[in-house]
Each structure stands twice: as structure tokens, then as C-alpha cells.
Design a binder for this molecule. Structure first.
Ligand code: ZN
Length: 414
């Protein structure tokens, strides 16, 4: 299907939301783990001149991400414009009710709706997606006729599968380690090169939170990262782009005052509560790259043995120090906008200072060389929502979500 109207009037309908097709090349950037304080500290210390100007002249909102405040659910919310209750990606990892197996949620078979990117490409727009880690590529690129590759596997990109080849020549940088700030820099560098050489109508760039898991806002390493980001955003702006920046989730220290991780081990808790070794705990933060957080996040789901009251479990859990809230399935699905068939009998959220595990033996924390920083709960819901152009018609008092970023960029800021 080709777009028949002029770009200024054509509307794209995706998941019951309407988007104007871009007049200017539009770049949406998801900065993984970008707690707003990273920006405040970096701007205040003079590391982000582009952002300082943009905050004064463009759109500068604080928005809420979706829960769980994890990478996959939020990246998919951003590119679909809807919460996990609609798109179906409830975590990085989940218990498949059909098989009883706990598996990664990287496969597009779990996605329940199309993305704005795929639909824009179908309407005749040229679309490019660059993600840091390869784990997101298949989900972000599902149904997309265009360019979609990861920095992690950039050297393996082919025209047939990723819509582009010779990426290493295009970017002109060495392939970075998956645990590095350079993995995210590769995403930005690739985005700028794509804009210089192919000028896509719509581009989505998604980084990794390696730096944010290790370094607090205002530290030299964090400020260096954001100075790097600022330079690439300035280049995209110079290329005439509408640049919109948001995050998948925030990030907080999750430690006791002695610097050790503050963890509630839910399998141990459940076995004590039930007085037997039964039930199952799923940690949806789990992914193949756990060195920097040990699979400890502030969100978990419980599968209870038959006959055990979810309400009673929630009441008991809510008494524990460090628990923000525990909700039975239906309530969690409604209040937190989650797919009811993918979240277990109970959803547990830990507070700003606390993470959830299964048992101490199941979490390898030997790779943690700094005090634990992580995310997953309501404490990490606040994220930036920034666009480099003014949007005078925007209702700034509304509670915006990170998955409104395409709405603002395309409908208000062109
Ligand atoms: Zn993330």
C-alpha cells in the first residue's frame, strides 16, 4: 500500500491511535535506563549544551514508563504506542502458560499488535531501526520493511535479513563489546551515518543501560556518556531532524547503607509462607546479559499452588519491609495495564531501594564490581520525554507516558 495523500495530510492509524506522517526526518531515541537525574546532572555541569538549549526551546516533560519498568515491555510500548496489556510483551522473560516453561520474550510470536514503525513503512515511509543489543531486534523489526539491525551483531547484518549490509564500513567504528558504553555510542554513530547517507523518514534508536547500571547520575562516567549522546543529538538536529528523546525506565541504587544489595528472596519467602517447597517465582528482568544486575529487579510474579489464596499472599507480602505492593492477577492486569495471561497469580513490586530475587544461590553477584543499581518498580517509572522543537498545542499538565513519544513527535512537533 502506498501513501496517496501529501505528507502533511496523511494519517497513519496504528493500534487505535492516529499519527501524522513525518514532514521532517524524525528520530525517536530510547535512552536505556535514563533516570531524569542523569540529564539534570550532566546539563548542570555543562556536559550537554544541545540538551540545555532543547529543554529551554522544545518540549521538556517528565513522563511515566510502563510497568514493569524493564527494557522489553517499554521498548515495545514506545514503538506500538500502547501498554503491555495490548502489545503482550510483559517482561524480558515469562512463564509460557501453554508449556509451563519459563522462556525469553524475544520472539515476535509473543507480540499482539503491529508497531508504528512497521505501519509507517507499509504506508511508504522509509524506516530505520538501530538497537544496541540483538535481543530486541526481532521484536522491534517485526513486520518492518526497512532497515533494522543491532550494534551487537552489526558485522553480520545482511540486506536480506536486516535491510542493510556493510554496516561496519558505513559506521567506521570497531564492533564494541556487549558490556560497554561504546555499544550505545555505535547506535548513535550509526543513526547519524544513516541520516547523512539515506535520510530515512522515521528512525528509532535504542541503547543499552550498561553505563546506568554501573554509574550514578553526576559521576564522571555518566557525564561522559551523556556528553557523547548530546554531541550525536546535535548532529541529528543539524541534519534537519525532529529529535525526540525518552527512556524505557529509570534507575536507582538498590542497596543497604553498607552498599550490599537489598534483596527480598521471594522463593525462600514463599516456601516459609506455604511451609513447603512449592509455587514458582518468575523474575521478568532475566535476560542473557545479567552480569551488571545479577537478574535482580524490583518486579516479580508468583505462580501459587492450587488452593492457595492470592489475596492472602498479597496481604502477607505487603507487610514486608521493602515491598511497595503485591496485587492478585486481575487487579494487577487492570491497574498496571498488564496482559493477565502472562503475569502469574500475584504481581510483586519492590520499593525504590529494594530488589526481588528467588534464592541467594540462584543469583550470581560475582560480576557486580559496584553497588547494585537496578529498576523494575514504580520508583523507576519517571522518565524524560523531550523533543527538540516547540509544540505549543501540547497539554503539558496531562500525565504523559513514554509511549506517547511518537504522538508528540509526529502530531505536535513537526
Ligand atoms: Zn532498559
Amino acid at each position: 500500500m502506498r501513501r496517496m495523500q501529501s505528507p502533511a495530510t496523511a494519517l497513519l492509524l496504528v493500534n487505535q491511535r492516529a499519527y501524522k506522517l513525518p514532514v521532517h526526518p524524525t528520530v525517536v531515541v530510547c535512552v536505556d535506563g535514563c533516570e531524569p537525574d542523569y540529564l539534570a546532572q550532566a546539563v548542570a555541569s555543562g556536559h550537554m549544551p544541545w540538551l540545555k538549549r532543547t529543554l529551554a526551546q522544545g518540549v521538556a516533560l517528565r513522563a511515566d514508563c510502563t510497568l514493569p519498568s524493564f527494557t522489553n515491555p517499554n521498548n515495545l510500548s514506545i514503538v506500538t504506542g500502547v501498554p503491555p496489556s495490548v502489545h503482550g510483551i510483559s517482561g524480558n522473560y515469562f512463564l509460557n502458560p501453554a508449556s509451563g516453561e519459563a522462556i525469553m520474550m524475544n520472539d515476535p510470536q509473543w507480540l499482539r499488535c503491529p508497531s508504528i514503525l512497521a505501519e509507517a513503512a507499509r504506508a511508504g515511509m522509509s524506516v530505520a531501526v538501530v538497537t544496541a543489543k540483538d535481543k530486541l531486534r526481532a521484536l522491534l523489526g517485526h513486520g518492518l520493511r526497512g532497515i533494522c539491525f543491532s550494534a551487537e551483531c552489526a558485522d553480520a547484518a545482511t540486506l536480506a535479513d536486516q535491510g542493510i549490509d556493510a554496516v561496519m564500513d558505513l559506521v567506521g567504528r570497531a564492533k564494541p563489546s556487549v558490556y560497554s558504553a561504546e555499544l550505545s555510542e555505535f547506535v548513535f554513530a550509526a543513526g547519524v551515518r544513516l541520516m547523512q547517507t539515506r535520510r530515512p523518514d522515521l528512525m528509532y534508536l535504542s541503547t543499552t543501560d550498561y553505563v546506568q547500571h554501573k554509574h550514578a547520575p553526576g559521576t564522571p562516567q555518566a557525564n561522559d556518556f551523556y556528553a557523547m549522546l548530546d554531541g550525536y543529538m546535535a548532529q541529528l538536529e543539524e541534519l534537519g531532524c525532529v529529535v525526540a528523546l525518552t527512556a524505557d525506565h529509570g534507575m536507582h541504587a538498590k542497596t543497604r547503607m553498607d552498599g550490599t544489595p537489598q534483596v527480598i528472596y521471594l522463593s525462600d519467602w514463599l516456601h516459609t509462607y506455604l511451609q513447603r517447597n512449592d509455587g514458582r517465582v518468575i523474575l521478568p528482568i532475566t535476560d542473557p546479559y545479567v552480569v551488571h544486575h545479577g537478574a535482580l529487579g524490583s518486579f516479580a510474579t508468583l505462580y501459587l499452588p492450587a488452593g492457595v489464596s492470592a489475596h492472602a499472599v498479597c496481604a502477607a507480602l505487603s507487610q514486608e519491609t521493602g515491598i511497595d505492593c503485591a496485587l492478585p492477577r486481575d487487579q494487577a492486569a487492570g491497574v498496571l495495564q498488564l496482559p493477565a495471561d502472562r503475569i502469574g497469580d500475584v504481581v510483586v513490586l519492590a520499593d525504590r531501594f529494594t530488589v526481588l530475587g528467588t534464592t541467594p544461590a540462584a543469583h550470581d553477584l560475582s560480576g557486580l564490581d559496584v553497588p547494585l543499581r537496578s529498576h523494575g518498580g514504580r520508583g523507576e517509572q519517571g522518565v524524560p520525554l523531550i523533543v527538540n522543537r516547540p509544540a505549543p498545542l501540547l497539554d503539558r499538565k496531562r500525565q504523559w507516558r513514554n509511549f506517547d513519544v511518537f504522538d508528540i513527535a509526529l502530531n505536535y512537533a513537526q
